[in-house]
Design a protein around this ligand. Structure first.
Ligand SMILES: [Zn+2]
Length: 415
């Protein structure tokens, strides 16, 4: 390996640093960019000029600031909004959402449909998503530039190449080639991610200082998921999206999980398991019908009235979540937690049992539990995570000075 750093690697890193500063802090003058990135004023000028020529950045006057200052007017640079469009697609059980964003990161169109996904063929799932996206683009694309990339998130396990849905509660089939279907239909690169991972990605973007380099985002919804940020990177597996927190074991031979195994955390803490417990259905059975849309609200309202089946179900869910977290803490040390999803609304009935099972499981030592935040609207986080991943990928693909797009692509893949 060469000990010399190639000059174009340095330029590439500097260029990416400028994009990152603009993505995090919004439009900035070149002077501000210089202090935010630590790059010299002349380097910032050379790089931003190249990016303006490439159509990736735009420069405009800073409005009021330029009028109050003497001398040369201040010019702000920002990612150019009409450089192209990113489509974000979320697929859950019986729900599809699409958000279209311009290159500046602003969402200009949002739509939701509710197709019955579970018994679809793989082809139909892909066709349904494609038809929805085509309709959204026809209606909203206008003169915002070409579609650049599709970033999708699904409930379930995705392969490490981020193309195939290996296993998912969305559809009763394994190995659904969703990414390939979308790529073929639209002719742009597609990345399919696990929903929990995208939540972690969004939180990392929203407040890197607050969440730090190590945290776990726990998703409490129909299923139970987790996104893990470790040492400043989103953790994924060698073969798959991994971190199937909801399907780690709570009670061997316990309640039947919708993954087909028994005793998973989700078989006690997923909304469908809570509903099963409250209905008094044996835990060895899966419900014939999905719980109603408002199942969680109904259970929370009843739990607030006093002791009963709902409180017992939530306590058991807390025990399952606490046991699962103690396993995670044993592997990675206690890391800060962020709870997300509609299940967060029931935290008042789960918190004590979460803390109790955590305390019991770790050698009797008190476990420092740090809960940073709770977010009910987890789908907004998922879409935000998808969008930021796509924008970062596109930013890295913009050729630097004297470079062709092909070389930029290969540099990005090997680097
Ligand atoms: Zn399971």
């Amino acid at each position: 390996m060469s000990i010399f750093v190639r000059q174009d690697d340095v330029r590439r890193r500097n260029q990416f640093g400028i994009f990152m500063a603009l993505r995090r802090h919004g439009p900035m003058s070149r002077t501000e960019l210089s202090s935010a990135t630590g790059l010299s004023a002349s380097t910032v000028t050379v790089i931003t000029n190249n990016l303006i020529v490439r159509g990736a950045l735009a420069a405009d006057g800073l409005g009021e600031i330029s009028e109050t200052r003497r001398g040369r007017p201040q010019v702000a640079v920002r990612p150019r909004s009409d450089h192209g469009v990113i489509a974000v697609l979320f697929i859950g059980l019986n729900i599809m959402q699409i958000a279209l964003s311009d290159y500046s990161g602003e969402v200009f169109a949002f739509g939701e449909r509710n197709p019955a996904t579970r018994h679809m063929s793989a082809a139909l799932l892909g066709e349904t998503a494609c038809a929805f996206l085509r309709a959204m683009l026809d209606m909203h694309l206008a003169d915002r530039g070409p579609l650049l990339r599709i970033s999708a998130a699904v409930e379930g396990i995705v392969d490490a190449d981020r193309k195939t849905l290996l296993s998912s509660p969305v559809i009763d089939l394994l190995n659904v080639p969703l990414g390939d279907q979308l790529e073929e239909a639209f002719g742009v690169a597609v990345e399919v991610s696990n929903e929990g991972n995208m939540i972690a990605e969004a939180l990392h973007w929203r407040a890197p200082e607050r969440y730090g380099d190590n945290f776990a985002a726990v998703l409490l919804s129909m299923g139970v998921g987790m996104g893990l940020y470790l040492s400043g990177h989103m953790f994924t597996g060698v073969r798959s999206s991994a971190v199937e927190f909801g399907h780690t074991s709570f009670k061997p031979d316990g309640g039947l999980c919708r993954c087909g195994r028994r005793g998973c955390i989700e078989a006690y803490a997923g909304t469908y398991s809570l509903w099963r417990s409250v209905l008094g259905v044996a835990e060895s059975e899966l419900l014939d019908e999905d719980p109603p849309e408002d199942a969680l609200d109904v259970m929370i309202a009843r739990a607030r009235l006093g002791e009963g089946a709902e409180r017992r179900a939530f306590r058991e869910a807390g025990k399952a979540i606490g046991t699962g977290l103690s396993n995670v803490f044993s592997l990675f040390d206690p890391i800060p937690l962020v709870f997300t999803g509609p299940g967060v609304a029931a935290m008042e009935f789960m918190e004590d049992s979460i803390r109790e099972s955590l305390a019991r499981a770790c050698f009797g030592q008190p476990v420092p539990i740090s809960v940073l935040d709770s977010y009910l609207n987890y789908r907004a986080l998922i879409r935000e995570g998808c969008l930021m991943r796509a924008l970062v990928f596109l930013d890295q693909s913009v050729p630097e000075i004297g470079e062709t797009r092909e070389r930029a692509e290969s540099a990005k893949q090997t680097g």
